[in-house]
Design a protein around this ligand. Structure first.
Ligand code: GJV
Length: 416
């Protein structure tokens, strides 16, 4: 009796409230607006639930919903949409700083920017936003003669940064300031705003928002942003090893047919993008294409809500189209007229960085041939609730000489 009752309760649909609007991007998804009450029938995965709204049923993103009746003071509504405790907590330990500092391409590029602009940096005021252990600030102090470097850091690493600055004789020039850039008070505006803010797929973590707010408040007219521009690059690719490891594996392990697990495997391994993918240039099926470009002087925080781009690829060799791989580049303009721009490229034809690349797997691999065209668009939609997260939506068409054209759409939450 007792057990039956509990089971009944578990199976009963639960009522949820939409925290924000959602527009369906696939035929199985359900659109809703803020305040809509949805009946959740099945929490099929952590991210996508099967729900009903006014008699219509479909998948909805779990993170956009709150259990009805969960009011202020409830755990979920108290949660910080920026997850700052967790975010800055993780930058308070050495693990991530070690990873970033060990990334020579990244760190040497920032050093190169300072070196190649050292003459023009003389007597300039610099802000290093999110300075971490202070490496960029100390490059400035050691390799150039700025009048002041404000090194801003919100995590508890900042206590050690002060000590490092002193230890390396940079305390005359570098002023370490503890706190979020958003709450910063400075006695003056700055000539240069330098930051290493880029996340996976460029925008993930959305630290760029802090940089743009600091720009609008603290960069003097005519001041310089480093990086000055950024781009997200995309390429259609093969990912045979990953596909074999996670999907083909189930075909005949130990002589047994495990294919009934393949839908589960797809859900578990291919729903979200794979960070930390290092693509072999040989696996790129065409030349890459910049799909989103940010001008760091003009982009506005509100633009980050939804960034759209288009692509048109020409397949250069026959192969299996398993998915798309994305990475970013950033450019640092010279302080001198006609001076060379420095670029950090995290793509497959450059030295690997700690960001590596990001792989988006299609649900089914598609054979493509030389001369096929793959065109379509990409949308990066920032999560309206969880501000450091976003969903990447890809829509593609394949025009082939041999087959009919095929189209597909897939949304990838990163992570909520
Ligand atoms: N204010 C101050 N420090 C910050 C802020 C902020 N708003 N946001 C991030 N940081 N490239 N994805 C700090 C953070 O604590 C860490 O030390 C560093 O900036 C992140 C740098 C690398 N992350 C990235």
């Amino acid at each position: 009796m007792q057990t039956e009752k509990v089971e009944e309760e578990e199976d009963a649909p639960e009522e949820y409230v939409a925290l924000c609007d959602f527009t369906a991007s696939g035929s199985e998804q359900l659109s809703f607006i803020t305040g809509d009450k949805l009946l959740v029938h099945n929490k099929s995965s952590a991210d996508w639930w099967w729900a009903e709204l006014q008699g219509v049923i479909g998948y909805v993103p779990a993170s956009y919903l709150r259990l009805d009746g969960a009011e202020e003071g409830d755990d979920t509504s108290l949660e910080d949409p920026w997850q700052d405790d967790e975010y800055f907590g993780s930058y308070g330990t050495l693990r991530l700083h070690l990873e970033m500092l060990s990334d020579r391409s990244r760190t040497e590029t920032y050093r190169q920017v300072i070196v190649s602009n050292s003459a023009s940096l003389r007597d300039k005021v610099v802000m290093d936003l999110g300075c971490g252990t202070g490496i960029i600030s100390m490059f400035c102090a050691q390799l150039a003669k700025p009048s002041m470097v404000y090194a801003v850091e919100a995590s508890s690493m900042v206590e050690h940064t002060r000590q490092l600055v002193k230890q390396n004789g940079c305390e005359e020039v570098v002023t370490v300031l503890q706190g979020r850039a958003e709450e910063l008070e400075l006695p003056e505006q700055v000539d240069i705003l330098v930051s290493e803010w880029m996340g996976n797929c460029l925008l993930f973590e959305f630290m760029v928002e802090s940089v743009l707010l600091a720009r609008d408040r603290w960069l003097r007219d005519g001041g310089v942003m480093w990086p000055s521009s950024a781009a997200l690059a995309l390429v259609p690719c093969q990912a045979d090893n990953y596909y074999t490891e996670k999907m083909a594996f189930w075909e005949r392990p130990y002589g047994l047919d495990f294919t009934p697990l393949q839908p589960l495997a797809q859900q578990e391994f291919f729903t979200k993008p794979k960070f930390s993918h290092l693509i072999d240039p040989e696996d790129c099926l065409s030349a890459p294409c910049d799909v989103i470009c940010l001008n760091m002087y003009t982009v506005q925080v509100r633009d980050l809500e939804e960034m759209k781009g288009e692509f048109q690829f020409c397949v250069e060799k026959p192969g299996i189209f398993h998915g798309f791989t994305a990475w970013f580049t950033v450019q640092f303009e010279s302080l001198e007229m006609g001076g060379a721009t420095v670029e950090l490229n995290t793509g497959p034809n450059s030295d690997p960085t700690h960001w590596k690349q990001t792989l988006f797997m299609l649900d089914r691999p598609i054979q493509v041939y030389t001369g096929d065209s793959i065109h379509g668009n990409i949308v990066l939609r920032r999560n309206p609730v969880w501000r450091r997260h976003m969903t990447v939506m890809l829509h593609w068409n394949i025009n082939s000489n041999t087959d009919d054209c095929q189209a597909g759409t897939k949304s990838f939450p990163m992570w909520r």
